[in-house]
Write a protein that binds this ligand. Structure first.
Ligand code: GLU
Length: 308
């Protein structure tokens, strides 16, 4: 099957260098495979998504030299490419799954949910068999079937989870009507023919839920690559504390995008330590995921190198 990859940012803020590295790696994999690359805007949350941030994402990517074949600005055969314009598709799929309304408040969930198995509290199925309180906004939960969801990740290996037991019945639509990320991403990856999902390692824990939904819906499971997160100069996960500039700030300060690409590529061992400027297309021919696990890949951003 022809390779199709995607970058799927949520336009809820300005992009930082970690986002840029994920985008670069997803793009490189797609281009190295002579594949299609989709830009999908995940503006599901009406309270947080802003069109201004979407515009900024597109400008950031262009400045870096990352292009896309399908996206909100240029259309394509699998559009629309904004999740806010795909609600009818999510509604249709949601109607095919066994769900029930849930009126639990956040506070109730905090009090009743337990977290014995993992990082997220398990929903105790409070509303599964009781009539929900009509006075409250209702979320929709999937009667999540028992069994083990298994996915394979290029870096993390076998990911597995008994979603029903370790997460509980998954929310597919929130009380305010917003569709859940887990549902939208599964619907869209399938509808857009995505064969390869490359995204940040912080999202790995969503993958078994997505695989479980794909199975329930009879949809194919893409290949997954959760890329290591970038680190600050002290080796900790990159954060504001490190003073890492946002992309838009670098752009407006007149920094050459090729310098930023070189910084990102050096951290991933995709170019030599002496390379100061490089365009993404110059990295395509030698791109190889194996380089990210060699000792040269520090995943540390040389922020001083950027300023110098
Ligand atoms: N929209 C998600 C984010 O920006 C990424 C979703 C994905 O790649 O599956 O964190």
């Amino acid at each position: 099957m022809e390779y199709a990859g995607r970058y799927a940012p949520s336009p809820t803020g300005r992009q930082h260098l970690g986002n840029a590295r994920t985008a670069l790696l997803a793009w490189l994999d797609a281009r190295a495979q002579r594949g299609r690359f989709v830009l999908r805007i995940e503006d599901l949350d009406p309270g947080r998504a802003r069109r201004l941030y979407e515009t900024t994402v597109l400008e950031d990517l262009r400045w870096l030299g990352i292009d896309w074949d399908e996206g909100p600005d240029r259309g394509g055969p699998h559009g629309p490419y904004r999740q806010s314009e795909r609600h009818d598709r999510y509604a249709e799929v949601l109607a095919r799954l066994p769900t029930y309304p849930c009126s639990c408040t956040r506070k109730e969930l905090r009090l009743t949910a337990s977290a014995p198995h993992g990082i997220e509290p398990v929903y105790p199925a409070t509303c599964r068999d009781r009539p929900p309180s009509p006075a409250r906004p209702l979320a929709l939960r999937w009667r999540t079937p028992a069994g083990e969801a298994v996915a394979h990740d290029r870096f993390l290996g076998r990911l597995h989870q008994d979603v029903a037991r370790e997460i509980g019945d998954v929310v597919l639509q929130r009380g305010d009507g917003a569709y859940a990320y887990q549902l939208a991403v599964v619907v869209d990856d399938a509808a857009m023919g995505i064969t390869d999902v490359v995204r940040g390692a912080d999202l790995w824990s969503s993958t078994p839920r997505q695989v479980w939904l794909q199975r329930a819906l009879g949809l194919p499971t893409p290949r997954y690559t959760h890329v290591p997160l970038v680190l600050g100069p002290d080796g900790d996960k990159l954060s504001k504390r490190h003073g890492a500039p946002e992309m838009v700030g670098l752009r407006r300060a007149g920094v050459d995008g090729a310098r930023v690409v070189a910084l990102l590529a050096r951290s991933a061992n995709l170019c030599g330590p002496a390379v100061r400027r490089v365009r993404p297309r110059e990295l395509v021919d030698d791109f190889d995921w194996a380089r990210l696990t060699e000792p040269g890949a520090t995943h540390v951003l040389d922020l001083d190198g950027l300023r110098a």
